[in-house]
Design a protein around this ligand. Structure first.
Ligand SMILES: Nc1nc2c(ncn2[C@@H]2O[C@H](COP(=O)(O)OP(=O)(O)OP(=O)(O)O)[C@@H](O)[C@H]2O)c(=O)[nH]1
Ligand SMILES: [Mg+2]
Length: 319
């Protein structure tokens, strides 16, 4: 804690850039054993809900507790993440000069595991470098932030009153990923109505184990941030006492391995398809078998098909 000199921060920045451009395999191999200690928090919600303002307030809270903090902001909708960058520049300025806060925007397209893969590497590197709290901010409502939420121990879903899209958001699978709901902009006259909507949505679902907490905040003035922090800590305590934390780690690990393996397989598959489709006279099934044959024999044990039985009678009927 408190030992993040400029040299160490520059090394971390370089390491993340390295991983972001898809060259992180060896690097991760070196530091992986040192990871698994950080508190990781995902923060997601629609554009403009106040994620960056909340991030800044959470950073302030964590810093007041003497913790070192990393913030990763991810914009899955844009390859360049200018929007997120600009928002961070404005919203997180007070932390820029704090040597114990590391802020990073992600927009990589070069990583095998896609943006989620690059983010996973960045989280792992920050963790291994000894950062206490890693906060991952993702905009939007869709697949990528659900994927990114899998990286975090605790996922905060932020919603804003009067936006009218709350029900849409809750329908879009977001309900399942939220460990803590935040109604930000609680100064808005519709805030109580949104809280009621979220509560009634939750009543329609059945939860086993953790029941998501609902916290109202005014990120702009820091109101409700203590409650939010308490809710996050309560969730982490629940994960630890129930043993679910190990399960989540295993799932996240398996997911990451799957994404990386898929990325590699995709490249090999594409090459094999190009090769095998040059040959003429093959039907698509036979060609697909040849493509797969180049990865080794297919058996039921490795997830392949049973050996084909020619349906002669059916074929006969066609001719
Ligand atoms: N009234 C009110 N405004 C707020 C509050 N929190 C944030 N805002 C404002 O909401 C606007 C959007 O805040 P951001 O933190 O940039 O929102 P964001 O979700 O990060 O936005 P994107 O990254 O663009 O998706 C800014 O103008 C903030 O000042 C709040 O508690 N009350
Ligand atoms: Mg933002």
């Amino acid at each position: 804690m408190g030992d993040f000199d400029a040299r160490k921060m520059r090394a971390l920045a370089r390491a993340i850039s390295w991983a972001e451009s898809g060259r992180g395999a060896e690097l991760i191999g070196h530091v992986f054993a040192r990871s698994g200690r950080a508190m990781t928090i995902g923060l997601t919600g629609p554009p403009g809900v106040g994620k960056s303002t909340l991030s800044s307030a959470i950073v302030r809270k964590a810093r007041s507790l003497g913790k070192t903090v990393g913030v990763i902001s991810v914009d899955p909708s844009s390859p360049y993440s200018h929007g997120a960058l600009l928002g961070d520049r404005i919203r997180l300025t007070e932390h820029f000069t704090d040597p114990d806060v590391f802020i990073r925007s992600m927009a990589s397209r070069g990583h095998l595991g896609g943006l989620a893969g690059a983010t996973a590497d960045a989280v792992l590197l920050m963790d291994a470098f000894g950062i206490d709290v890693v906060l991952i901010e993702t905009v939007g409502v869709g697949q990528s932030e659900i994927e990114i939420a899998e990286l975090a121990q605790t996922t905060i879903v932020a919603l804003q009153p009067g936006s009218g899209d709350s029900v849409q958001v809750l329908k879009a699978g977001i309900m399942e990923i939220a460990d803590v709901f935040v109604v930000n902009k609680a100064d808005h006259p519709m805030a109580n109505q949104l809280k009621r909507e979220i509560r009634s949505m939750m009543e329609m679902l059945s939860f086993s184990g953790w029941v998501p907490e609902l916290v109202a905040t005014q990120a702009l003035i820091g109101e409700g941030i203590d409650d939010l922090w308490r809710a996050v800590e309560a969730h982490v305590a629940y994960l630890k006492s129930s043993g679910e934390i190990d399960e989540r780690r295993r799932d996240a690990f398996a997911h990451q391995v799957r994404q990386l393996a898929l990325g590699k397989l995709q490249r090999r598959l594409d090459a094999a398809v190009r090769r095998e489709t040059r040959a003429t006279g093959l039907d698509p099934y036979a060609a697909a078998d040849r493509v797969l044959g180049s990865f080794g024999p297919e058996t039921p044990e490795n997830g392949g098909d049973e050996p084909a039985i020619r349906p002669r009678a059916v074929v006969k009927g066609l001719t």
